[in-house]
Design a protein. Sequence first.
Length: 315
Amino acid sequence: MGGRDEGVITLNIIIVIIIAIVLCIAVAIASFSYVLRAFNSIDAVLDRVLAKDASLRSEVTNEDRISKLIHKANRIMDMHVSEAVQASQEKEIIQGFISDMSHQMKTPLSGISMYADLLIEGNTTKEEQQEFLSRIKSGTDNLEWLMNCLIKMSRLEVGAVQLAPVCQNIRQTVTNAIGNVYAAASKKSIDIVTDDLDDISLLHDRRWTLEAITNILENAVKYSGEEGKIHVSVLPMSMHTKITITDYGIGIDKSEWNLIFKRFYRGACAKAADGAGLGLYLATIIMEKQGGYIMVDSVPEKHTTFSLFFQNCLS
């Protein structure tokens, strides 16, 4: 009896092992089939992504995993489209920038070349030589100023320069900016009038804010007549503090109020004066990078007011 029982037990063990092997093989086959179907599905979806199949966006399936895969594939396609659009826009910006820059540099370079040729020919009087040299000097100064503006603009646009706004006295910044344009204003007998500037601490980067305010003051001097006046004031508000700069020169038509802040744009009334259309653009970038903004109000032949809004410091 003992040998018979042992034989039954051995047979049962063999049967169990066979069943386990069969189950393992079945599971392996099923798993392989599932993985193969999954890879085939992924391969099919990726082929459609590569082919930019638009119908993929509206496709509906009852399989949860395939549905998730299609959803992610659509997101990848959207990212690809977005990156392509961004690259195209950046290319257009660069092309426009190069075109505008070459246009701005053409006039002073042409003048320098022409006057240099006249001097080389030698058929000029001493007075003409002095005049031509003076104009060459003026042209090179304009080019230097333009290149400095372009460098500042490009560094700000690409983030090579990070502004560091901190709470500090705005009166010192405004006073320094007025000092930067004082000589030019004196030449035209322009009086710069300031209200009593309170000792207000505002969130700003002094170096770059000085650049922004100086640019606006330079425009005010440039487009004001002889013996004119420029008025500067500071007005504290609940969330911001407003600095206004008002001149009583040629003014700006309302149709150009938004355009004047664009790069290289010059208003119809401003084209007679020297300039490249970069000052207000730079000022706008500087203000935006420290949480502020600029607005304009103007009546042609009467006045122009630029308002710079700075964030107040938290108490």
